[in-house]
Design a protein around this ligand. Structure first.
Ligand SMILES: Nc1ncnc2c1ncn2[C@@H]1O[C@H](COP(=O)(O)OP(=O)(O)OP(=O)(O)O)[C@@H](O)[C@H]1O
Ligand SMILES: [Mg+2]
Length: 264
């Protein structure tokens, strides 16, 4: 008979050794239950998400796929705390986003999540270094330490020799690498990316994917949206959306992480 301990109380009538108390309680990285999102546009409303439930454990590498308009970016924006569900629950590392106000949500986002966009979203006429320093300004990190960490993040994405370049003096792939450095400079546990290779050619895409693979191998949880099977192949799990619902959630046997890491 299985013994069950609920909040320290034995509820089955079999005496068992108590389970060792873990040092800290761990929660899934992300968990959604019945999340819907409706955009109201005057008299018309668009149901972008129609009841999405899934859980991502820490350290997973997940690709989100689906046709244009299926709700991928809407989902990613909610996961990244850039938007909130209309109904349903979203729990980020044990924190129900309904329970926190906007200010705290911004703090949590800054601490836990790095977000990468398809269009890079770098600040124009501002050096790569200053772009990467920005999240640390918000986090209250002081000048010298801020610079050191930004340089380190740029070094990690292979741009140590481009730190003073403005975004328009960088190639698309390099701009995306600056955006990734900006996303990881706060050392977030979770990295979310909305079509990070959507504007790049295949060689720049593969460089960017090597970086995501490395971030994952370092222990980070990585979720990225893509339209391309080639990019999704880097992920161990693929979730497919259709009309605001998850229609497929599969794990891959074959996993390209080692192959990708050993590539030159
Ligand atoms: N801010 C908004 N206001 C109103 N409707 C929106 C808004 N953002 C998205 N939508 C609608 O919600 C639906 C889902 O959009 P979403 O951007 O999530 O799709 P997507 O899967 O990311 O598509 P794509 O592959 O083209 O980027 C679409 O029908 C879109 O028109
Ligand atoms: Mg989108």
């Amino acid at each position: 008979m299985a013994a069950v301990l609920v909040a320290g109380v034995l509820v089955a009538d079999v005496v068992v050794e108590p389970a060792p108390v873990p040092d800290e309680v761990t929660y899934p990285a992300l968990a959604m239950r019945d999340v819907t999102k409706t955009y109201a546009l005057g008299a018309v409303s668009v149901q972008a998400l129609r009841g999405v439930s899934f859980t991502v454990e820490h350290g997973e590498h997940v690709a989100i796929m689906g046709a244009s308009g299926s709700g991928k970016s809407t989902l990613m924006n909610i996961l990244g705390c850039l938007d909130i569900p209309t109904t349903g629950r979203y729990v980020l590392d044990g924190i129900d986003v309904r329970d926190v106000d906007e200010y705290d949500l911004a703090q949590i986002r800054n601490r836990m999540i790095g977000f990468v966009f398809q269009s890079f979203n770098l600040i124009p006429r501002t050096s790569a270094l200053s772009n990467v320093e920005l999240p640390l300004v918000y986090a209250g990190v002081k000048g010298k330490e801020r610079r050191r960490r930004a340089l380190e993040a740029l070094d990690q994405v292979g741009l140590a020799d481009r730190v003073e370049h403005m975004p328009n003096e960088l190639s698309g792939g390099q701009q995306q690498r600056v955006a990734i450095a900006r996303a990881i400079v706060t050392n977030p546990a979770i990295v979310l990316a909305d079509e990070p290779t959507g504007n790049l050619d295949s060689s720049a895409s593969s460089e960017i994917m090597q970086i995501f693979v490395r971030l994952h191998n370092e222990g980070r949880t990585v979720l990225l949206i893509t339209h391309e099977d080639d990019i999704a192949r880097y992920s161990a799990r693929v979730i497919v959306l259709r009309d605001g619902r998850i229609v497929e959630d599969r794990r891959r046997e074959e996993y390209r992480r080692h192959e990708a890491v050993s590539a030159p």
